[in-house]
Design a protein around this ligand. Structure first.
Ligand code: C2E
Ligand code: MG
Ligand code: MG
Ligand code: MG
Length: 292
């Protein structure tokens, strides 16, 4: 428990709390230099169509290769980057690096599906994001159709008018938009209708036990129906096995992403997959099943 001791000073009740503060400061310090030291790397996770198993998109996932801490996952530094404002330059680097990677893949003759970049709340609200993205695309000779942007449901639902305006500017560049982590925020259905979006991404929290938990299944099914009635496509994230995949497919989910098909991969491994035309195997539809 942190108690304000007046001004900007805080005192902490336990040595563990002090250690946490020191660790946080050390992390912030390290994060400030990470960009210049070239410690950020991008991984790419393919997502596949449940119609034919083809790769229909790639999600860019940021990692921090720290010399002592090793590969730091985004949940351990993005909240801090968001708080300190470092997310804006880091986010710009992600956009530029993703566009350069797309260019290199295309120069190798690969057909690159749309590449989805996650936006933080602060980045999404920062004026000039559309300009930054347009410049990054132009620098590599790419058009907006090559990109998708993922905005979390909670980010979109904070100041809806402003969010709609920001989304419209991005859509004007020809970029598709996805509402990420759907189901974990506080969506108002009336607002959902106003967003110029293309996809809902069902959060993996609902996918994990979709086969065994009726409550989670109900949320997945309702989201799929809702999306389709709004003419949006649905992506389920965190699909780890065939049972989940089959369940979602029978419910009409359009696309899946998760360890069942592939974890996030380094650029080279992903390029190999694209080059080989790798697909997800889909079991034969039920009506084609041999009689018992
Ligand atoms: P997200 O956008 O919802 O991304 C999906 C997360 O689920 C990723 O975690 C991915 O590695 C993980 N995942 C994928 N398939 C499976 C699976 O089958 N099982 C399980 N258990 N997990 C799976 P990751 O890479 O740790 O990223 C976490 C979050 O960090 C992302 O959630 C996103 O919100 C944020 N993030 C990642 N990269 C960026 C970035 O460049 N900018 C911003 N602002 N946020 C980012
Ligand atoms: Mg995402
Ligand atoms: Mg997500
Ligand atoms: Mg998620």
């Amino acid at each position: 428990e942190a108690r304000s001791a007046g001004g900007n000073q805080y005192c902490f009740d336990t040595p563990a709390m002090n250690a946490a503060v020191v660790q946080r400061q050390a992390l912030e310090q390290a994060l400030r230099g990470a960009l210049e030291r070239g410690e950020f790397v991008l991984h790419y996770q393919p997502r596949v169509s449940l119609q034919d198993g083809a790769i229909v998109g790639l999600e860019v996932l940021l990692r921090w290769q720290h010399p002592e801490l090793g590969l730091v996952p985004p949940m351990e530094f993005i909240p801090l980057a968001e708080e300190t404002g470092l997310i804006v330059p880091v986010g710009e680097w992600v956009i530029g690096a993703a566009c350069r990677q797309i260019r290199r893949w295309r120069d190798c003759g690969l057909a690159v599906p749309p590449v989805a970049i996650n936006l933080s709340a602060r980045q999404f609200r920062s004026g000039g994001l559309d300009r930054t993205i347009a410049d990054a695309l132009a620098a590599e000779g790419l058009d907006g159709a090559q990109l998708e942007l993922e905005i979390t449901e909670s980010t979109a639902m904070t100041d809806v008018g402003e969010a709609v305006a920001a989304m419209q500017k991005l859509k004007a560049l020809g970029i598709s938009l996805a509402l990420d982590d759907f189901g974990t925020g506080y969506s108002s259905l009336a607002y959902l209708r106003r967003f110029p979006i293309d996809y809902l991404k069902i959060d993996r929290a609902f996918v994990r036990d979709v086969v065994t938990e009726p409550g989670d299944a109900a949320i997945c099914i309702a989201t799929i129906r809702l999306a389709h009635s709004l003419r949006l496509k649905v992506i389920a994230e965190g699909v780890e096995n065939e049972a989940q995949m089959e369940y979602l497919r029978r419910q009409g989910c359009d696309e899946i992403q998760g360890y069942h098909f592939s974890p996030p991969l380094e650029g080279e491994a992903l390029a190999a997959m694209l080059g080989e035309g790798t697909r997800m195997a889909l079991p034969a539809p039920a009506e084609d099943a041999p009689p018992p």
